[in-house]
Design a protein around this ligand. Structure first.
Ligand code: PFF
Length: 463
């Protein structure tokens, strides 16, 4: 593709065009917008609950710092150097004839799989705005909140319609080209979500069995850390930072040349971990106080959050606000996911953005519907013992993202090389990040690929 016919800003999504990233804070906020989503509010608490609590949390934090963070720096550096969608970027940066661009294709596949189940969880969050407003779920009785959630997910029509509504909403944002506006709103509203989470933590910490909840979250029981727990924790680390599939490479292509990549990624990572921690502190004391099961699975947040809100004045109104803000955070993450296939189809196939968006939406309606029906019509339709919802989640987080991470690390460590990587992290020697560059490069070249591969093989019981 001719690289000089348009600026990077016009080739890429109007929403994320470089014009939008005029400040260092803008870059940080946009990257955070992708990272912070239902991975923090929904996935982190339910996986922590299902995998034994503190031990899982510890492995997750280690995986985030030692594996995911270096891969994030690598991905963003590559994106900034290539200034295009992941396939084109990898073609530009790799030696002629080497098929590293296939990573971009795998990333697109991962984006489809993630969107197929993520859109259903977003659908539940949207539906909960209405349920919260009706007052029907404001209760600390597990039977009431579980029945409300069960009624939603086991109703095929409701599940499908909410999901299609979400897809139409996201598609509409993309088609109307108002992504930038939505992101500006997200940026303004996220601090309120943070405040609400802090409030929920305070309420939860005042509950009877708060200590038990905190012990579950922070006192590791090492016997619970199995190989599959480690793999799940690592997959979560990748998922939460939106890495291993090209999203951060795409974001990197919008990064300013004077942006400090290590500093930005560390900030995003720290904020992302902190927000998850808040979600955990808001939820687990309530789980133990009201008698919910920590192992409730994907339902966990939806059944416990109403119980916490039931303890405070104006709980119903605040819960509506919470789910509206969660919907907005989820919308930001979904838009960043959509960006991968839409940008690839647009730039590689030469389709217009509306056409690329419509095709992506169409495929998602088909594939996503199998997720939406996983708790009703298709509950008995299992592949490898999993419903389509669980399968898409498992394959993307525990296989595709880690494999993407391995190849990104290998590419930077063995093909792109230290010099270019170091120049990227130091902005051509202007920043004092030399030591960081050396350490991260060492991790990428030797540690990350081997470690990720080992965790995967063990976790998947290959040996
Ligand atoms: N990081 C997002 C979350 O935690 O909700 C999910 C996500 C967004 C994953 C974008 C992957 C991605 F490319």
């Amino acid at each position: 593709m001719a690289k000089n016919d348009t600026t990077a800003a016009t080739r890429l999504t109007p929403a994320l065009a470089r014009a939008g990233f005029t400040s260092s804070f803008g870059v940080l906020a946009a990257t955070l917008g992708s990272a912070v989503g239902l991975g923090n509010i929904w996935k982190f608490p339910y996986l922590t609950g299902a995998n034994g609590g503190a031990g899982f949390l510890l492995v997750y934090v280690l995986a985030t710092v030692l594996v995911a963070l270096p891969v994030m720096m690598a991905e963003i550096s590559l994106g900034r150097a290539g200034k295009a969608n992941p396939i084109t970027t990898l073609q530009t940066l790799a030696p002629k004839g080497q098929p590293w661009w296939l990573m971009g294709v795998a990333g697109m596949l991962a984006a489809f799989l993630i969107l197929s189940f993520y859109s259903e969880v977003v659908a539940w969050v949207f539906a909960y705005v209405v349920k919260a407003a009706s007052g029907a779920i404001l209760s600390s009785d597990p039977q009431v909140t579980e029945a409300a959630f069960g009624a939603l997910i086991s109703d095929p029509l409701q599940s499908l319609l909410w999901q299609w509504g979400v897809l139409a909403f996201i598609g509409g944002i993309l088609l109307l080209g108002v992504t930038k506006g939505i992101e500006a709103i997200t940026k303004k509203l996220m601090p309120i979500l943070l405040l609400l989470l802090v409030l929920l933590c305070a309420v939860s910490l005042s509950l009877d069995k708060a200590v038990q909840g905190l012990a579950f979250l922070f006192q590791p029981d090492f016997s619970k850390i199995t190989a599959s727990v480690v793999l799940t924790a690592m997959g979560l680390a990748f998922f939460k930072l939106s890495i291993g599939m090209g999203t951060m490479m795409t974001y990197g292509s919008y990064f300013r040349d004077d942006q400090n990549i290590p500093l930005t990624t560390v900030r995003v990572m720290a904020a992302d971990v902190c927000i998850s921690m808040l979600a955990g502190i808001a939820i687990f004391p309530a789980v133990f106080t009201f008698g919910f099961a920590p192992t409730a699975g994907p339902a966990l947040v939806f059944i416990t959050i109403p119980a916490v809100f039931s303890q405070i004045p104006m709980g119903q109104a605040l819960m509506v606000v919470f789910f509206v803000l969660a919907s907005i955070a989820a919308t930001g993450a979904m838009l960043s996911l959509m960006e991968v296939p839409v940008a690839i189809l647009h730039e590689r196939m030469g389709w217009s953005r509306p056409k690329a968006t419509l095709l992506t939406m169409g495929l998602l309606v088909l594939l996503g519907s199998t997720s939406a029906l996983s708790n009703s019509t298709l509950a008995d339709f299992k592949l490898a013992g999993m419903t389509p919802f669980d399968l898409f989640d498992f394959v993307s987080s525990n296989i595709l993202l880690p494999v993407g991470g391995i190849f990104i690390a290998l590419f930077v460590g063995w093909v792109w090389g230290f010099e270019k990587f170091s120049r990227s992290l130091t902005n051509h020697g202007q920043l004092h990040n030399h030591r960081v560059a050396r350490a991260v490069f060492f991790l990428l070249r030797y540690v990350s690929p081997a470690l990720i591969l080992m965790v995967m093989l063990k976790g998947l019981k290959v040996f």
